[in-house]
Write a protein that binds this ligand. Structure first.
Ligand SMILES: Nc1nc2c(c(=O)[nH]1)N[C@H]1C(S)=C(S)[C@@H](COP(=O)(O)OP(=O)(O)OC[C@H]3O[C@@H](n4cnc5c(=O)[nH]c(N)nc54)[C@H](O)[C@@H]3O)O[C@H]1N2
Ligand SMILES: Nc1nc2c(c(=O)[nH]1)N[C@H]1C(S)=C(S)[C@@H](COP(=O)(O)OP(=O)(O)OC[C@H]3O[C@@H](n4cnc5c(=O)[nH]c(N)nc54)[C@H](O)[C@@H]3O)O[C@H]1N2
Ligand code: SF4
Ligand SMILES: [Mo]
Length: 786
């Protein structure tokens, strides 16, 4: 079995110096026994196994996918693919759902589409007639196509009229979206991946890029291995591969990000690193920022974060001395309390130094999922379509005109409902119809026992669309078999606004259908229409949906009007905004330092970052940002749950390079599954010694919500911290331990901080089944047995 990219995760180096083009390196993997000569056609697509969005081609023979190769011309990856990109597609060929299932006598049984959809529509119609639109919730994903989300957004917000629409993007990128809204007035990534090619400094905040966007890390490694390596600062409680390469590693206690960030801002101001002209011309609220961070000295933060004050000063010095700094911010920041405030401070550091909108100077507030960005753009989550502001009557009217519906149908009397609140409503039964698509909350949501009770209960009818049976489909009333990547056509947009077209390569198995086809069928059966009685939505194909979506972006920052399927086929990835003003797409936003903070342009009026209270229209107008960025933050507070006598350790959770989330695909790809076959938990060497735990021993980790048992890996995690991968479901699901608490602004759950206790249960039968090639590497090269 070919498995080269399992041990050699990032592949050969192709070093390059600042300003030069990242060299091409084409990665390819064909199924065992296949050669290029056996491939009948190559179909243009991109990888859908993380937010990087690497361009690739799918090899097809006899109607089956037989391999992939990176596209040398693609701006994102210049030909490279990582382990999931190369091997992950194999998982789609096994154990798929091939027919709809309905619950009969307590069991799920196979049926045909007509029976399954009739059951869905009957329940939906009955609830709409008796209880109205608020009885409906749609909980979706960051892994479908733009065309699919836009279709659902129109059904939910233009047809049915429910504000209860959100997705796993709330667990993932809600804070990125919120931080953009708070600082710049609107969502949209300022930076570009090419900034890596130009920068002299990189800051990575709570981002294990080496494992979670392996090709982006390859791009960084190629700069680090050249003659003019950028300085690298890494903020992460674990000694990840990123930390190991860093000029400076700040292994802060999980849950203390904002203390560190406030100290960095304090230092920048105190030591005169501020670009005063830029700040005066292009930002507001500097005085408030200065006041809020006045006492946040490195000494103060050092105490809270558990790192030396001198290292915090050194980090500020590195940031201040940099001329072209790239910062990335990810789940270590987003899945915490005060997440939005901490992420905004990353934006603020760049604004204070005027470090935006030029090559090498950029912020990358990361997405995780391949199309999380699109879910945000089209209005399946916290915004109205096209980043429209639900509090701006003109925006609501534009949308109503576009859809030809009464504005009153479009929910705009309160903010769109966040995912955690949706599940609360489903728990209470006020949401009596919940449609879950492209996500597996039984493994991915906090406090698994509670999620089970909600989905199992009689108070809510649950529909799940997925490509496989999962922990979540098992609890559904109706399960719909979905076509997956390679089996349908659509577009997705990656972290740096690059739009890719994914052409269908093969037919879906059995009766499986695309989510687009499923939702159009639902709308049709429900009889949704516009004001003139025309079907809503009126389109049938992905390309028609894309053309309609383009109309929705006219005049908005997220301009797709210049893109066509034809152009995307011809050119590969193109960055939005792309329209009359920018027919070739746009590398960087805010090159003119004009931000969408006018009343007409903005997506949100913003929030108080400490409490989450909304800024009112009057307050927003009075503040008068008018095209200037807003320097918002909050004072540090400690996390919802911190260690105490009973639960003395700090739990954090995260990923390994070899698995994708709840593993529905990667556990069925042999190379990936073998590389990380089962659950483990990581402890520091001093904690393990104190608890008399050796490598591989079975330990019990307990929180106030529940407990799990798994083999211990003694790794380079910070003392006092326990790390658990959350990929594995069932009895060992890490989310058995996590807490139902969230950031007040983005409403993103605190997956990265909870209090736990750990005890030894018994000896294991060898070292823990954790990878040794990654952040999970054992402290001792050969794990020692007692
Ligand atoms: N291999 C792989 N790649 C993926 C995914 C996958 O499942 N597997 N998922 C994709 C998705 S959807 C996402 S969202 C991204 C996530 O990508 P990342 O954000 O890189 O992934 P995580 O492992 O969740 O967390 C990143 C790091 O945060 C650190 N951390 C934990 N707590 C704290 C804290 O309090 N402060 C700080 N500063 N750091 C902390 C962890 O030690 C971890 O190394 O990855 C994407 N890519
Ligand atoms: N403790 C802890 N929990 C976390 C996190 C963490 O770091 N720690 N991270 C959070 C984050 S960032 C994320 S993104 C979530 C992810 O959590 P989930 O979204 O629950 O994870 P996935 O396994 O990606 O689930 C996607 C599901 O959609 C199915 N699917 C794939 N493609 C399609 C398609 O085209 N159509 C349909 N209908 N289905 C499809 C897959 O088979 C799979 O069952 O987890 C969150 N949970
Ligand atoms: S970096 Fe992400 S998009 Fe690229 S090959 Fe790996 S999983 Fe796929
Ligand atoms: Mo995510």
């Amino acid at each position: 079995m070919n498995s080269e990219r399992i041990t050699d995760i990032w592949g050969d180096r192709t070093p390059h110096t600042a300003g030069s083009t990242w060299p091409v390196r084409v990665d390819q993997f064909l199924a065992d026994g296949m050669t290029e000569g056996d491939v009948q056609k190559w179909v243009r697509s991109a990888c859908l196994l993380c937010s990087n969005g690497c361009g690739l081609e799918i090899a097809v023979t006899d109607g089956r996918i037989v391999g992939v190769r990176g596209r040398a011309e693609d701006r994102v990856n210049h030909g490279r693919l990582g382990p999931k990109g190369l091997y992950g597609w194999q998982g789609e060929q096994h154990e798929r759902l091939t027919a709809p299932l309905i619950r009969a006598g307590g069991r799920l049984v196979e049926t045909d589409w007509d029976t399954a959809m009739s059951r869905v529509v009957e329940r939906s119609r009955e609830l709409l007639d008796t209880r109205g639109p608020l009885s409906h919730g749609f909980f979706t994903s960051g892994q479908l196509f733009t065309e699919e989300y836009y279709t659902l957004a129109m059904i939910g917000k233009g047809g049915i009229g429910t504000p209860h629409m959100d997705g796993n993007t709330r667990w993932c990128t809600a804070t990125a979206a919120a931080a953009f809204g708070e600082t710049f007035g609107c969502d949209g990534q300022p930076g570009s991946y090419t900034d890596i090619d130009h920068c002299d400094t990189i800051f990575l905040y709570g981002h294990n890029v080496a494992e979670t966007q392996t090709v982006l890390w390859a791009r960084m490694l190629d700069r680090l291995d050249a003659a003019d390596p950028p300085r690298l600062v890494c903020v992460d409680p674990r000694r990840t591969k990123v930390a190991a390469r860093a000029t400076l590693h700040l292994p802060i206690r999980n849950g203390t990000n904002l203390a560190l960030m406030n100290a960095l801002v304090h230092e920048l101001i105190a030591r005169g690193f501020v670009d005063t002209d830029y700040v005066q011309a292009h930002t507001i609220d500097f005085d408030r920022l200065e006041e809020l961070t006045r006492d946040a000295t490195p000494r103060w933060a050092a105490e809270i974060c558990g790192v030396p004050a001198a290292d915090i000063s050194a980090a500020a010095e590195i940031f201040g001395a940099g001329d072209r700094v790239v910062s990335t911010c990810s789940m270590g920041f987003y899945q915490s309390h005060q997440a939005t405030a901490a992420a905004c401070q990353v934006n603020n550091l760049h604004l204070l130094r005027g470090m935006l909108g030029r090559p090498g100077a950029g912020v990358l507030q990361m997405n995780g999922q391949p199309s999380a960005q699109n879910n945000r753009e089209v209005g399946c989550g916290p915004a109205l379509p096209g980043f429209r502001n639900w509090e701006n009557p003109e925006h609501v009217r534009e949308l109503a005109d576009l859809w030809n519906v009464d504005p009153i149908v479009i929910p705009h009397w309160a903010p769109p409902t966040d995912g955690m609140t949706m599940f609360r409503y489903a728990e209470q039964g006020s949401i009596g119809f919940l449609w879950i698509s492209g996500t597996n909350p039984m493994v991915s949501m906090p406090d698994t026992a509670r999620i089970r009770r909600i989905l199992e209960g009689e108070q809510c009818f649950v529909v799940v669309s997925d490509g496989y049976t999962t922990e979540t489909t098992e609890l559904a009333d109706v399960v719909l078999p979905a076509a997956l990547w390679g089996e349908k056509t659509g577009t997705a947009t990656n972290v740096d606004r690059t739009v890719h077209l994914f052409d269908q390569a093969v037919e879906p198995p059995g009766l499986a259908r695309s989510d687009l086809a499923i939702w159009l069928d639902y709308a049709h059966r429900l009889g949704l229409t516009d004001q003139d009685g025309a079907p809503l939505p009126a389109w049938r194909s992905p390309e028609e949906a894309f053309e309609e979506w383009k109309r929705c972006t006219v005049g908005r920052p997220v301009d797709y009007t210049g893109l066509t399927y034809e152009l995307l086929r011809e050119r590969g990835g193109i960055q939005w905004p792309c329209g009359e003003q920018a027919p070739d797409g746009t590398e960087r936003l805010y090159t003119d330092a004009v931000f969408p903070t006018t009343f007409d342009a903005c997506e949100t009026f913003g929030h108080d970052l400490a409490t989450g209270a909304g800024v009112t229209e009057t307050e927003f107008r009075a503040a008068g940002a008018n095209g200037r960025a807003i320097l918002r933050t909050a004072a540090y507070e400690s996390a919802y749950e911190v260690p105490d006598e009973d639960y003395p350790l700090r739990l954090t959770t995260g990923r390994t390079v070899y698995h994708w989330h709840t593993r529905t695909k990667t556990k069925r790809a042999p190379q990936l599954q073998q590389a990380a076959p089962a659950m483990w938990v990581e402890l520091s060497e001093p904690d393990a010694a104190r608890l008399d735990i050796a490598e591989g021993d079975i330990v019990r980790v307990t929180s106030r919500r529940g407990s799990i048992e798994a083999p211990a890996r003694i790794s380079h995690v910070r003392k006092g911290v326990v790390f658990a991968p959350w990929h594995y479901g069932g009895d060992t699901a890490a989310n058995t331990l996590t807490v139902s608490a969230w950031d007040p602004v983005s409403k993103q759950p605190e997956f990265k901080v909870a209090a736990v206790s750990v005890e030894r249960v018994r000896a294991g039968d060898g070292p823990a089944p954790a990878p040794v090639t990654t952040a999970s590497a054992p402290v001792h090269d050969t794990p020692v047995r007692r």
